[in-house]
Design a protein around this ligand. Structure first.
Ligand SMILES: C/C(=C\COP(=O)(O)O)CCC[C@H](C)CCC[C@H](C)CCCC(C)C
Ligand SMILES: Nc1ccn([C@@H]2O[C@H](COP(=O)(O)OP(=O)(O)O)[C@@H](O)[C@H]2O)c(=O)n1
Length: 303
């Protein structure tokens, strides 16, 4: 009789615990399935395996608890951070230190980039991505409740809308947080596509607005509402932020890149996203949908 040890879910948590060790997903604890085969095995070996499996299962349970606490802590940090960010910019707008438009754009840039930068705080458990998505989903709920005027959070409305109308929360800001949530679920730390998508939406598109409003005297020939300064800024900063994000995650061990090839590919992705953002289609489709979509398709085709 042979013992065939089948571990249900084993996840190597190199980062979370500093050493590569088996770490099960906490909701999908490792269940040891013993399949008895008809091979001669002495009781001693059976006892040894049984004792060993008890040790491993205890360690697995401990590491799964640690992973759960780690993910809950990181989620609380993100949610708290999101609320704090909005209230800081509400304060700055209220005290007229910055304009409402600049406040919205800085929240647009900072929230998305810090959200992604915080992904390594989560454990290596398969469920970690869902915990991370809670922060944008909870903010989305907040945007819907205030956008439908079921509640009135003046600070939120002032710091993330153009004209201070609650209904505005149901457009750009809501699409934005939904893209954050979906990117963490479908791409997470497993694919550079999600990083590029958020770098272009948060960093590139956000900076295009700031630079375009400030220096956008020369308009684009095909779109009088957008300018060369805005688009060139989107391409340049979108590229740099994307490369910075890829470098950050590669230093943490999530990816390894051929940087020359990657730079060329990211340049193509940034260019396509910039062209899409410059098109006169904002009335039909929000930039917070068109830019991530263009980035996603181009990154899939060339990354
Ligand atoms: C203002 C925003 C989008 C509007 O975009 P646009 O219409 O100008 O193109 C961003 C809305 C952000 C949201 C209210 C808060 C999101 C917080 C995020 C999920 C978590 C950030 C955590 C970090 C540690 C600060
Ligand atoms: N490529 C771009 C993007 C924005 N902008 C400037 O930024 C303003 C807001 O751009 P937008 O309509 O894309 O703003 P959001 O939809 O991102 O909030 C535009 O009206 C332009 O003044 C630009 O000049 N060039």
């Amino acid at each position: 009789m042979a013992i065939h040890l089948k571990l249900n879910t084993l996840y190597h948590c190199s980062r979370s615990f500093g050493t590569a060790q088996p770490c099960p997903s906490y909701f999908n604890l490792t269940f040891f399935h013993f399949h008895r085969h008809h091979y001669p095995f002495s009781k001693t070996i059976l006892k040894h395996n049984s004792a060993a499996s008890t040790v491993v299962s205890r360690r697995a349970l401990l590491s799964s608890d640690a992973a759960l606490f780690q993910d809950v802590g990181a989620t609380v940090f993100l949610i708290t951070g999101g609320y704090s960010l909005v209230s800081v910019f509400d304060n700055l707008t209220h005290r007229k230190i910055i304009s409402q438009n600049l406040s919205r754009k800085l929240v647009h840039i900072i929230s998305g980039l810090l959200f992604v930068a915080a992904w390594p705080l989560f454990s290596a458990s398969p469920e970690a991505r869902y915990f991370a998505s809670l922060a944008p989903f909870i903010n989305g709920l907040r945007l819907v409740v205030n956008g439908l005027s079921l509640a009135t959070d003046e600070g939120l409305i002032k710091s993330v809308t153009r004209e201070g109308k609650p209904k505005e929360l149901l457009q750009g800001p809501l699409y934005y947080v939904l893209i954050l949530a979906l990117s963490s679920i479908f791409f997470w730390r497993d694919s550079p596509v999600g990083l590029l998508l958020l770098a272009m939406m948060s960093g590139g598109d956000g900076i295009a607005d700031i630079m375009g409003r400030k220096f956008g005297y020369v308009k684009l020939p095909y779109n009088q509402k957008k300018s060369w300064a805005g688009s060139i800024s989107m391409f340049t900063f979108g590229f740099l932020i994307s490369m910075g994000m890829l470098y950050y995650f590669s230093v943490l061990g999530y990816f390894q890149f051929d940087w020359n090839l990657t730079a060329q590919r990211v340049a193509v992705v940034s260019f396509v996203a910039t062209v899409v953002e410059s098109l006169p289609t904002t009335e039909q489709i929000d930039d917070n949908i068109s830019v991530p979509l263009a980035t996603l398709v181009t990154a899939y085709l060339c990354m």
